[in-house]
Design a protein around this ligand. Sequence first.
Ligand code: PMV
Length: 361
Amino acid sequence: MTERDFVLNEFSKNLEGGKYSWSSPSNIALVKYWGKKENQIPANPSISFTLDACKTNTTITLSKKKTNTDFSFEVYLDGQQKDDFKPKIISFFSRIVTYVPFIKEYHFKIETINTFPHSSGIASSASGMSALALCIMSIEKELTNDISDMYFYKKASFLARLGSGSACRSIEGELIVWGHHDKIEGSSDLFGTKYPLETHSNFKNFHDTILLVDKGEKQVSSSVGHNLMHDHPYAEKRFSQANNNLSRLISVFKDGDLSTFIEIVESEALTLHAMMMTSIPYYILMKPNTLEIINKIWKFRKESGLHICFTLDAGANVHVLYPEDESEVIYEFIKSELVANCQNGHYICDRIGFGAKQLPI
Ligand code: PMV
């Protein structure tokens, strides 16, 4: 498929008063997306677990357009008007208007809530942008009547990507690939697709306990970080390493090889942060407690022989990953040893999930 396949040309119905609502999850990357080309095209393919508990619920209500501007909308978080969200939404709408021109025809009331605390340091861009993209696709579906489920989800992912790259991996579950990879049929730079190959039962119901180490705003945003990969001395090596790690994961998923899974996932997390530390300007998003937790996980893994590991996104929080079979003992360890390193003892119990759901109106 190409970008042109996602352009909607004709629509006629009047949908004033229409209401559309979706709940969309966050996701955690195993092979990381870090560095992009123009139009949110990733520099390397990535793969993620879709999460289950960390979600954004968004409702859009359409009414008659109130202004002459290109886009007319109001936005609320937890019932409070949030004008500071507007620039991000305007830039999202400007990027997608070619594909969904009807967004210029209505006034949008956008109401959104997150199931995780706002100041948790967990980025809501993946769940937020994917929920918004899905509501927009529900509008398109009503305008056109005849779109298949496959097209609906592909285009929702395509639109979400233009809002925030990793958001395109939040539409479906459980394992999602984004970015073309020679060995993964159907993989595309334009949207996320379900991982199509065999997956061992060891990866069913995988747990992700998110340890909230630092709930503040990040000092350096992801978009600045992506940009610093241009002219980065290790960029090309990093992109080919990510490709190679994804190739290696194919046999790991097939065979249920948890030891190699751990090696790849932890190396990906540390490489992501190594890229930040070796950018110019350089920066560090990990905190002392991030390292404390990592060391405790390594010690416990060595002593217990259990398959606990960590990953990080672009922040200080630690995602602790472990299989269902070993979850009781590992969860006890997390509570007794790791929660002490969380800010105010806060953490979120999440696990692999099945993707976004339409909400009843
Ligand atoms: O989607 P963005 O632009 O916020 O970038 C997300 C990048 C990481 O979370 C660090 C990695 C990933 O693949 O999700």
